[in-house]
Design a protein around this ligand. Structure first.
Ligand SMILES: *[C@@H]1O[C@H](CO)[C@@H](O)[C@H](O)[C@H]1NC(C)=O
Ligand SMILES: *[C@@H]1O[C@H](CO)[C@@H](O)[C@H](O)[C@H]1NC(C)=O
Length: 451
């Protein structure tokens, strides 16, 4: 009944207000007999058969039931309000006890064989036989078939989960060409007054248009939907980011603790699981790849790399002192430390920047006296590592350094130091990769949603 009220409202708008009058059942039976005696619902109800019947269509959206990314379909609950003029369902109210309108079963009057063109299901006739049509004495007929529509909706998931989707509901009078049945837009197009908000999607825009080609007349309603990203952010993006942080924290574990390998593999497996979850909620054969998938692939690749590196570092950590450290590595470490220390000296505005070279100072043939002044902590470290126990400051270390340098010029670092250095380098490197890739993927997607 709600639907008919809507039709009434629609008809009132175009100037056919029904008024309450006093009729008997016999009056209505007589009217029905008069109208349907010679009526054939199979004949297009117009006197001039070369003129099309114009049908106005309005769509009342009630709810969006489901929007499935994996199958690219949308399920909506809606009803259409169709109106047309039936030349054979006219009467003069004064001749019929002032009857102004009547209802007839939908199968007894002519109606267009309208169908959802982009349906995801089989061709389905609109309405059910028990549905009635509204008939005004001017010949105006109103029909409001109610249905759950399932239509295809091609999706662009690049910015998932900050994406907008535009879905269409296209209706066409299936057997008639536009010379027999012409669609014209109703006064409302898509009507959202009875729409029940969806928890996953916002309707941000709606429009309609009539698409006419040489033969067909199609009315197309479009719905622009915006995904509410919060649930997905909480359940997927947040865990992914925290996992990604855990990923490079593997380099914080001491190399000889033995936990590194299992830690790295666990994080890698977690990434693989999330990759599966995200992929399963996206279209399987999409033309585009979601940014979040790219992010996950980058992170999975990083996770593989960190696992391999963590294992390699474990190996390096066990290397003997007599395995030569590659020159390039020594060079890089030297440059790096040099820079750090000299910066520190610059800040304290001391003129002795050269001493900042630490143990390497001896290379430049400094005098023992000069190097004694130096109190470089790496030397303590080396000495301590080498088993000299609690080092006596200054003298012991300096002597050690001197002997090191005099025997083998290259043994400035132990493998353990190299591993520590590489840990820091990889930690920073993977942290940078995470920041860059998450900014690149999520910020781009989030910004896209704004306009
Ligand atoms: C029927 O309509 C067509 C097209 O509008 C027109 O050319 C023709 O004269 C009409 N015929 C009659 C009998 O009114
Ligand atoms: C029906 O006919 C009336 C009067 O001729 C016209 O005002 C109205 O627009 C027509 N309705 C439709 C749906 O074509």
């Amino acid at each position: 009944m709600d639907m008919f009220k809507t039709i009434f409202a629609a008809l009132i708008l175009i100037g056919h207000a029904p008024t309450v009058t006093c009729q008997t059942g016999a009056n209505v039976r007589a009217l029905r007999k008069k109208l349907f005696d010679d009526y054939d619902f199979r004949v297009r109800p117009t006197d001039n058969q070369s003129e099309p019947i114009e049908i106005t269509v309005d769509l009342y959206l009630l709810a969006i039931n489901e929007l499935k990314e994996s199958t690219e379909t949308i399920k909506t609950t809606a009803f259409l309000v169709l109106q047309w003029n039936d030349s054979y369902l006219r009467w003069t109210p004064v001749d019929h006890a002032n009857i102004e309108f009547a209802f007839w079963p939908q199968n007894e009057v002519w109606k267009p064989d309208l169908a959802l063109k982009n349906s995801n299901l089989d061709y389905k006739e609109l309405g059910v036989p028990s549905l009635n049509v509204y008939n005004h004495y001017t010949g105006a007929v109103g029909w409001a078939p109610f249905q759950v529509f399932e239509s295809t909706c091609s999706m662009d998931i690049v910015y998932f989960p900050f994406d907008d989707q535009t879905c269409y509901l296209k209706f066409q009078a299936w057997s008639y060409s536009r010379f027999e049945v012409a669609m014209i837009g109703g006064s409302k197009g898509i009507e959202l007054t009875q729409y029940e908000p969806n928890s996953g999607w916002d309707v941000i825009d709606s429009s309609w248009k009539v698409e006419e080609d040489s033969v067909d007349s199609i009315i197309s309603f479009s719905l622009k939907l915006r995904r509410k990203p919060l649930p997905f952010m909480l359940s997927v993006i947040f865990p992914i980011i925290t996992l990604a942080i855990l990923n490079f924290c593997v380099f914080l574990l001491p190399a000889d603790s033995g936990e590194r390998a299992s830690y790295a593999i666990t994080v890698f497996l977690a990434f693989a699981v999330f990759l599966t979850i995200v992929s399963s909620s996206l279209p399987q054969n999409s033309d585009s790849i979601a940014l979040i998938q790219i992010f996950l692939i980058i992170q999975t690749a990083c996770s593989t790399l960190t696992t391999v590196l963590a294992l390699a570092l474990l190996r390096l950590n066990r290397f003997d002192k007599d395995v030569a450290i590659p020159r390039i590595l020594v060079f890089v470490m030297r440059c790096f430390k040099c820079k750090c220390c000299s910066k520190g000296f610059d800040e304290s505005s001391s003129g002795d920047a050269e001493y900042s070279n630490g143990p390497r100072v001896a290379k430049t043939q400094r005098s023992v006296a000069e190097s004694r002044i130096f109190d470089g902590s790496p030397t303590f470290y080396v000495a301590y590592q080498n088993g000299s126990g609690m080092v006596q400051p200054h003298r012991g270390t300096t002597e050690k350094r001197m002997s090191d340098n005099s025997s083998t010029g290259d043994v400035e670092y132990s493998w353990r130091e190299v591993v520590n250095f590489l840990d820091v380098v990889f930690f920073v490197m993977f942290a940078c990769i995470l920041v860059a890739s998450s900014l690149g993927c999520f910020l781009k997607a989030a910004l896209n949603a704004k306009p």
